[in-house]
Design a protein around this ligand. Structure first.
Ligand SMILES: Cc1cc2nc3c(=O)[nH]c(=O)nc-3n(C[C@H](O)[C@H](O)[C@H](O)COP(=O)(O)OP(=O)(O)OC[C@H]3O[C@@H](n4cnc5c(N)ncnc54)[C@H](O)[C@@H]3O)c2cc1C
Length: 483
């Protein structure tokens, strides 16, 4: 028999779950909360490429939950959820621990979809966790090391070819990053970086098809060609099998083979198995089997259960499976859990889409701001990075990482890019360097303000009201709301 004193349980501490917990903590939620995740670290997935490339470190992109959850009232349990019993309001963990709950938050994210391709799971690299990034980085370094010592050009080619399956945002960002990164690493080993190949294989004839980033297609396409080694696109092919050292695909009814020691799988997501196995009728799920939720993010028929992020689907107007949606839904779930505890009315979850950001190489990104204008190249990179740093969970972590990054990005790169040659006018160089640093700082600060305004409009307005900034921005850039 469930008791009103049973805790509120959050399953999954990704963007939705962690943000729910942090908001509950911030709003002094009066009930005990148990946050459960199979991992001991939160992964900030949009910045995982920076972790792979060494542009950012583990403390920044892959922090331990214990660092982020410095909050009484939230108990973090590292364990794997095994079963969810909605009827009896109980969950069971791999360790055998069982919990009864008064409220439950389903925030388990999604799983990788291998579309039944032979060998895909066994012989390709996934890229979703810190462990994945470490394993891929180590493998790539080993390949380059071996290639630098091998005389046989065919063997070398095999080691130096990377196949990326999927031309969605993850595939594009991965290929663009590697096409800049691998030549750098290989140069240091004395290799000829022109021998490196990065090849994207994609089923549809265009990249970023049907994705929220599709407006950036042309920009992305150009950027892929401009990398240290141009990225090759194999479009309209369907991958048939992945075997050690090769990927087999079908093009115009012909089977062909691309020899490659490294295959990275970014081709798709599917519903989390625990979500799929819940006894929820097909009518209460979308086509991808995600759970329908009400505008207050509750499960129809189970008002004590909330769901958000990649495992939930909201009504007729589907929201993209992205961090920015998950992040805001976590905050909305926390607000409604608090309303239940205090006997207030539940509020509809408002999600504001702020446009999209894509990494298109080392130090290069594209920002599609509020779907209105695009900023690309180095400026795009500063905006993307500044935006994500503002979104890092907990102000303390956010502040620490932002400061570290600013110091590194602006001061190190802008202030000491190279020693001026004797013929250069050193004063002019210094002024230019300081000016670039100042511009970069202004961009990061203003993108931070922009995110603050859309993520927490009430707080933003309260703090900045005396300056007249909110009224000015409301006139200039009204934000687009979806519910
Ligand atoms: C490489 C990559 C790059 C991305 N880049 C962007 C981007 O640039 N912009 C953007 O908006 N979105 C991006 N996304 C998508 C974004 O990260 C997801 O949409 C977002 O993480 C979804 O949040 P969530 O809370 O639903 O799930 P997640 O953040 O995936 O969290 C789910 C959590 O559940 C835990 N879990 C799963 N199963 C169990 C279990 N059985 N027991 C216990 N715990 C479990 C997981 O460990 C995880 O911590 C990217 C995704 C990837 C993989």
């Amino acid at each position: 028999m469930n008791q009103p004193t049973d805790p509120t349980i959050i399953l999954g501490a990704g963007f939705t779950g962690l943000l729910t917990a942090l908001h509950l903590c911030h709003h002094r939620y009066p009930r005990p909360v148990v946050l459960i995740d199979q991992k001991e670290r939160f992964v900030f997935k949009p910045l995982l490429y920076e972790f792979l490339s060494g542009e950012m470190n583990a403390t920044q992109v892959w922090p331990r939950y214990e660092e982020l959850l410095d909050c009484s009232g939230i108990a973090f349990v590292q364990d794997s959820v095994q079963t969810i019993n909605l009827q009896q309001r109980q969950i069971e963990l791999a360790s055998g621990l069982r919990y009864a709950y008064s409220n439950l938050v389903l925030a388990l994210g999604s799983a990788i979809n291998y579309f039944g391709v032979e060998g895909a799971k066994e012989y390709s690299f996934p890229f979703r966790t810190g462990e994945d990034a470490m394993a891929l980085g180590q493998h790539l370094r080993e390949c380059l090391q071996r290639a630098s010592q091998i005389q046989d050009p065919q063997q070398r080619r095999l080691l130096l070819t990377v196949a990326v399956v999927g031309a969605g945002p993850a595939g594009i960002e991965m290929a663009a990053t590697l096409a800049d990164l691998l030549p750098r690493w290989y140069d240091k080993l004395g290799g000829n970086s022109e021998e490196i190949r990065v090849v994207i294989l994609n089923r549809s004839p265009e990249i970023l098809k049907g994705d929220v980033n599709s407006q950036l297609r042309e920009t992305a396409q150009k950027a892929l060609q401009k990398r240290q080694v141009p990225v090759e696109l194999l479009l309209e092919v369907s991958v048939n099998a992945i075997r050690p050292g090769q990927i087999e695909y079908k093009r115009y009814d012909q089977f062909e083979v691309l020899p490659a020691v490294t295959v990275i799988w970014t081709a798709g997501n599917t519903v989390h198995p625990l979500i799929k196995n819940l006894p929820i009728l097909k009518e209460h799920r979308d086509r991808a089997d995600r759970l329908w939720v009400t505008p207050t993010l509750q499960l129809p028929g189970f008002s004590e259960v909330f769901a958000g992020g990649d495992c939930a689907a909201l009504g007729e107007n589907p929201l993209p499976a992205t961090a920015q949606v998950a992040y805001q839904q976590g905050a909305a779930i926390a607000r409604n859990l608090r309303a239940i505890a205090t006997g207030d009315d539940l509020k509809l979850a408002q999600v504001t889409l702020r446009g999209t950001l894509m990494k298109l190489g080392l130090g290069e990104s594209a920002a599609n701001i509020f779907d209105r204008f695009q900023v690309t190249g180095r400026l795009g990179h500063l905006i993307r990075q500044g935006t994500y740093l503002e979104l890092l969970p907990t102000p303390v972590h956010n502040f620490k990482v932002t400061t570290e990054w600013l110091t590194d990005e602006i001061f190190r790169r802008y202030m000491q890019p190279k020693l001026p040659s004797p013929s250069e006018d050193t004063t002019r160089t210094k002024v230019l360097q300081w000016a670039s640093g100042a511009v970069a700082a202004v961009i990061v600060a203003s993108s931070g303000l922009g995110i603050w305004r859309v993520a927490a409009p009430a707080q933003f307005n309260r703090v900045w009201q005396p300056t007249g900034l909110p009224t000015f921005l409301d006139r200039l850039l009204p934000v687009k709301k979806q519910s």
